[in-house]
Write a protein that binds this ligand. Sequence first.
Ligand code: FAQ
Length: 315
Amino acid sequence: MQIINEEKIFADKIDEEIKIEPKDWMPDQYRKTLIRQISQHAHSEIVGMLPEANWITRAPTLRRKATLIAKVQDEAGHGLYLYSAAETLNISRDEMLKQLHSGKAKYSSIFNYPTLTWADMGAIGWLVDGAAIMNQVPLCRCSYGPYARAMIRICKEESFHQRQGFEILLTLSKGSKAQKQMAQDAINRWWWPSIMMFGPNDDASPHSKQSMEWKIKRFSNDELRQKFIDVCAEQVKILGLVLPDEKLKWNEETKHYDFGEINWEEFRNVVNGNGPCNKERLEARVKAHEDGAWVRDAAAAYSEKRKSREQKAVA
Ligand code: FAQ
C-alpha cells in the first residue's frame, strides 16, 4: 500500500512539473538512469578539458590564452557540479571515478578526436559547445531538481564558450588565405563528430522513451540534432565557410535542413573505445588522478585535524 502511494506521489509530481528532490521516494530505475546520465555528463566535462588544454601553451595571443584557460577551468567546474548532483543519488565520487578510470563508464564520443590546429579551438567552441547547449538547455527543465539547477549555470557558461569559439573562427575566416583554410579544415573535421554527440537515432536509442516519460529528456536525440543542424547551416554563412555535407539542403516542405547519412559505424567504434584518442584520454585522466593523490590526502588530513580540534574545544 505504502509503495503504491509513493509511486503515485512520484508520478503526480512528474505530471505537475514539480521537481523530484534527493530525499523524495523515486523508482529505482529513475535513480539509476539519472546516475548513468549525470555521471557520464560529468565525465564528459572532465575529459573534455583535455583536447583544449592541449592548446593553452600555444594560444596565439595573451588574450586568447587567458580566455582558453578560463574556458577549460569552467569545464572543470561543470564536472564538479555534476559529480555533486550525482552524489545526491547515493553514489560516491570515488565509485564514479573508478567506473571512468576502468573504462566501464562512458563519456561523450566527441572528446576522442585530436586537436590539430588553433582553429580547432574555434570549431570546438562553436560546434561542440553549441551542440552541448542545444542538448543542455532543455535539461534545465529536467525533473530531477539538483541536475536541473546545475544546468542553469552550466548553460550560461557554455553560451559564452560557444561565442568565443565562433569569434575565433570569424577572425580566422577574415584573415589570410591559409587562415581561412585552417578554419575550414577544422570545421570539416569537427562537423560530423559534433552531430554524433546527440546520440543514436531515435529508433536505436534504448533509453529515450523512458527518459522522456520521466521528463529527464524533453526532446529526442533526433529532434535536438535537427535543431542544431538548422542553426549551424545558417551561422556558417556568416563565416563565409561551408559545412562538409553535400546533401545539406533547405527543405521547404519540412522547414528544416535535410542532411547526409551519419557514419554510425564510426560512432559505435568511438563509443566502444576505439576512437583516435580514447586510449590517450583515459591514460591522461588516470595519471592526473594518481598525481593528485597527495592533494586529496592532505585535504583529508587537514579536515580530520580541524574536526578533532573542534571536538576538543566543545569537550
Ligand atoms: N558519446 O539511449 P541513448 C560537453 C550512449 S558535455 C558516448 O540515446 P541517452 C561540454 C548512451 O550513454 C557533452 N556515448 O542514451 C563541453 C547510452 O549508453 P549506456 C556531454 C553516447 O542517455 C564542451 C547509449 O549510447 N553531454 O560537451 C553518446 O538517453 C566543450 C544509448 O544512447 C551530456 O552528457 C555519445 N555522444 O541519451 C566540455 C548531456 N550518445 O549508458 C568540454 C547529458 C549516446 O546505455 C569542451 N546527456 N551515447 O551504456 C544526455 O543528454 C544523454 O545522455 C545523451 C544520450 C543524449 C548523450
